[in-house]
Design a protein around this ligand. Structure first.
Ligand SMILES: [Zn+2]
Length: 277
């Protein structure tokens, strides 16, 4: 089983393969993923489900095929009683507990079911919507308005000045935990403009040489993190908005607690350490 899990044969898709008779299930309730408490490593794919799960679902979406079974996402309306063996957790809390492939698949499922459960009705005319048969989209049978999965792009940036990296402490973080700066793209902006604006807004400094670094889907529930590196240009750190309650320049040999390299934030910080030690 472990070997099979490590070689996740998952193929994304928007409708079931009619030649496959068997189905696996991934279950969500209110943005939380159902896992089997009795398993050591957060088992969240179920080959069988008691019938009441299907009966109390208010949305079902196809996810793809997994180990040659159709894989369906179940969005529960409420939590059935007698769930001794199961618990509901955020996908994000599984970072480091399951493989990257498993995490990506759970994240994709989270993103799809969140989108589907917020599009029961057409926003234009109020008619109940349907899955579009030929692509991953929801369509209104009355006015044909089509709704695609929502992806909200966000930038994340490592800024370097004289061999030190700019790290901030988010007002939302618990404990002494620092990370690179991040923020959502606004309408009409390029990514580079967004990077410069966010850094100015959050930390008050001007930057230059903004370069693409890499990206990471961030399905909590529907972001895409686009990473950049940049150099400080001018200005002292001034905390402007309420995002950060502390920020500073840190050298590789004097780093605070930072995210692990499972996230692009951690990979940006690792890049800084490797290139500035
Ligand atoms: Zn409509």
């Amino acid at each position: 089983m472990d070997k099979e899990k490590n070689q996740l044969t998952f193929i994304p898709g928007f409708k079931p393969d009619i030649n496959i008779k068997e189905t696996s299930y991934i279950v969500f309730y209110d943005g939380k993923l159902m896992i089997n408490k009795t398993q050591e490593n957060a088992e969240y794919i179920f080959n069988d489900l008691p019938p009441y799960f299907l009966e109390s679902s208010h949305k079902q979406q196809h996810l793809g095929s997994l180990h040659q079974r159709n894989c369906k996402i179940i969005g529960l309306r409420d939590i059935p009683e007698a769930l001794d063996n199961f618990e509901f957790v955020s996908v994000r809390s599984l970072f480091g507990q399951i493989t990257e492939a498993e995490l990506l698949m759970a994240g994709r499922a989270n993103q799809i079911i969140t989108w589907a459960t917020t599009h029961h009705f057409c926003g234009k005319c109020g008619t109940p919507t349907e899955n579009k048969p030929d692509e991953l989209a929801i369509i209104c049978p009355n006015c044909s308005t089509t709704y695609y999965p929502t992806i909200s792009p966000a930038i994340i940036v490592a800024i370097v000045k004289d061999g030190k990296i700019l790290l901030g402490h988010s007002a939302r973080f618990k404990g002494k935990f620092y990370s690179v700066l991040a923020g959502f793209l606004e309408i009409g902006e390029t990514f580079e403009q967004c990077v410069a604006r966010e850094v100015k807004e959050e930390a008050g400094v001007n930057i230059k040489n903004i370069k693409y670094f890499g990206s990471q889907p961030w399905p909590f529930p529907s972001s895409m993190m686009v990473g950049f590196t940049a150099e400080w240009d001018s200005g002292d750190i001034v905390l402007h908005d309420e995002e950060l309650d502390d920020a500073g320049w840190f050298s590789p040999d004097d780093m605070p607690n930072t995210p692990g390299t499972y996230s692009i934030a951690g990979r940006l910080i690792e890049w800084f350490k490797q290139t500035h030690s």
